[in-house]
Design a protein around this ligand. Sequence first.
Ligand SMILES: Cc1cc2nc3c(=O)[nH]c(=O)nc-3n(C[C@H](O)[C@H](O)[C@H](O)COP(=O)(O)OP(=O)(O)OC[C@H]3O[C@@H](n4cnc5c(N)ncnc54)[C@H](O)[C@@H]3O)c2cc1C
Ligand SMILES: *[C@@H]1O[C@H](CO)[C@@H](O)[C@H](O)[C@H]1NC(C)=O
Ligand SMILES: *[C@@H]1O[C@H](CO)[C@@H](O)[C@H](O)[C@H]1NC(C)=O
Ligand SMILES: *[C@@H]1O[C@H](CO)[C@@H](O)[C@H](O)[C@H]1NC(C)=O
Ligand SMILES: *[C@@H]1O[C@H](CO)[C@@H](O)[C@H](O)[C@H]1NC(C)=O
Ligand SMILES: *[C@@H]1O[C@H](CO)[C@@H](O)[C@H](O)[C@H]1NC(C)=O
Length: 504
Amino acid sequence: MFRLSFALLAAALVNFSQAQNESEIESAVRFLFPDSYCCTVLTLSPVAKHVAFPGQSLYNTSVDSYFDVKSKLTPNCIVQPTSAEEVATTVKVLTAASLLKPCKFAVRSGGHTPIPGSNDIEDGVTIDLQHMNSTTYNAHTQVASIGPGGRWAGVYSTLEPLGRMVAGGRGSTVGVGGYLIGGGISHFAPRVGLSCDNVVNFQVVLASGRIVNANKNTNADLFTALKVNYILEVKKTFENENLWGGIVTYPASTADQHFKSFVDFGLDPNRDPNAALIVFQGYSTASPTNVVRAAFDYTKPVARPDAYKEFYAITNNISDTTKIQPMSAVAAEFGSTTTSRVQFRTLSFKLDLATLQETARLYEIMLAEIQAKASGSWRISCLHQVWSTLYTANSTARGGNVLGMERYTENFDMYQSYLSWSEAKDDELFINQGLALTNGIQKFTEEHDTAVEYLYLNYADKDQDPLSAYGADKVAFMKKVAKKYDPLGIYQRLLPGGFRISNV
Ligand SMILES: Cc1cc2nc3c(=O)[nH]c(=O)nc-3n(C[C@H](O)[C@H](O)[C@H](O)COP(=O)(O)OP(=O)(O)OC[C@H]3O[C@@H](n4cnc5c(N)ncnc54)[C@H](O)[C@@H]3O)c2cc1C
Ligand SMILES: *[C@@H]1O[C@H](CO)[C@@H](O)[C@H](O)[C@H]1NC(C)=O
Ligand SMILES: *[C@@H]1O[C@H](CO)[C@@H](O)[C@H](O)[C@H]1NC(C)=O
Ligand SMILES: *[C@@H]1O[C@H](CO)[C@@H](O)[C@H](O)[C@H]1NC(C)=O
Ligand SMILES: *[C@@H]1O[C@H](CO)[C@@H](O)[C@H](O)[C@H]1NC(C)=O
Ligand SMILES: *[C@@H]1O[C@H](CO)[C@@H](O)[C@H](O)[C@H]1NC(C)=O
């Protein structure tokens, strides 16, 4: 098992309706604290030594480490706590200070979500968990304690020498915290389930500043809701073995053959649970050929396993990086840091060949449009993954999650469009093209009855509503849990970024 202690941020007791005249208070606060009231209060608190201001090198390093350049904002200050206790102190200080003037804040772990304002804040305080990145392993319980601010590269390089592994991100640079909140799809998912279901304990900082554990026996409702909500996690480990994995690149003309093989793979009732697969169409200015790629990742050290047999019949590949290698090396190939602007969008639909072909038709239209209009360097990837019922097969026995997967008895295609570009002046072009693509696919799936309601939170865009897509019963449950553990709705009010249950 994977044991993860997570620190969730909790609630204090603020009643703004009691404030006499807010604009009068605001101007008084501004007069007393011309820089930033909330940041000044933090500098008078026990976390003062971890507060960084614009112009300082720690501040620069933090804002420069966002995956998506347009998500890099200019918070009034950044707090970098080193323990759950310091996260709790930060939350208590900000909520107490909010009695006078709301101290809005953001939380970030790896900073990989490409939605500006989800993991950063323009006029407020960013709590950056990057220093809480330790991974420790308990050989007796076979559980690893993983800090929320870690990247998966660090987790794998710590566990591999100990002969252990956990189900984590496929890319080395992805953060632990945000990844687990969305559920977490790893190469091991068909074998061991979603990453969030491998967590045995979350350490949570409540809005009151109290630190609690959430697991199957203690605060069990919070434990279930956090799988897709939140901070320090403890994950169950399993034996480490090398994988056979890599990326094979083919000419664009093989798209149809790939889609047919993908549908067969996805619908195979006897699918080998060691076999993970991503099929994607792509183009980049760095390597200007329209291609189809297949990422084969088999979680046992077996070269060319039969699970991908149908794909081996597509013989005209351009390059092939598959080999037997450790998870850390597989993750390094998938890992990327960007200096680009990024958009992710997601949709789900049935494993239906005509629908996949329609995604390819719309991809070609988008590619032509972008080629005609974009400047600088850019890249497009449109990814197909099988969402397998195996991912959540044993979820309930492990405390359940809020993804609402019980509704689905058939595997489906979880689609992601991933656009990245260098020029700010092209923001509108790429954002609109990505939107037109997923709108076009959605229209087709609705007309052909191949739509699947589910939206994977980790790939969702700002205007998408993944929490509603978990189903009305899960929304009601999350609202109830949020109210129980944060009765005053402090996190819902002071933490504006990300997908909030109060917005559903
Ligand atoms: C190159 C790349 C590869 C990827 N590969 C995969 C993959 O294999 N599988 C997969 O499932 N997803 C994958 N993703 C998606 C990824 O899981 C999400 O982008 C995820 O949000 C990243 O986590 P983070 O900690 O870096 O995010 P951040 O941007 O730091 O956080 C995301 C959100 O979670 C909140 N949050 C983060 N940490 C905490 C915390 N400790 N407590 C409370 N709230 C918190 C933030 O406020 C923010 O709203 C990938 C993304 C990229 C860019
Ligand atoms: C608050 O005070 C300002 C300035 O004194 C005034 O213009 C405004 O009308 C007041 N607002 C309320 C809601 O009383
Ligand atoms: C931080 O970045 C700002 C703006 O780019 C720059 O003016 C400043 O010199 C940097 N500070 C340090 C310590 O590097
Ligand atoms: C934790 O972060 C520090 C500072 O960024 C880094 O030097 C270290 O390698 C990281 N450790 C792990 C295990 O990722
Ligand atoms: C689910 O549980 C069964 C029975 O214990 C086990 O054989 C199987 O591997 C588990 N599957 C996942 C995905 O955890
Ligand atoms: C890719 O092509 C090379 C050269 O023909 C071949 O050896 C390799 O097996 C192919 N890879 C796959 C996955 O089919």
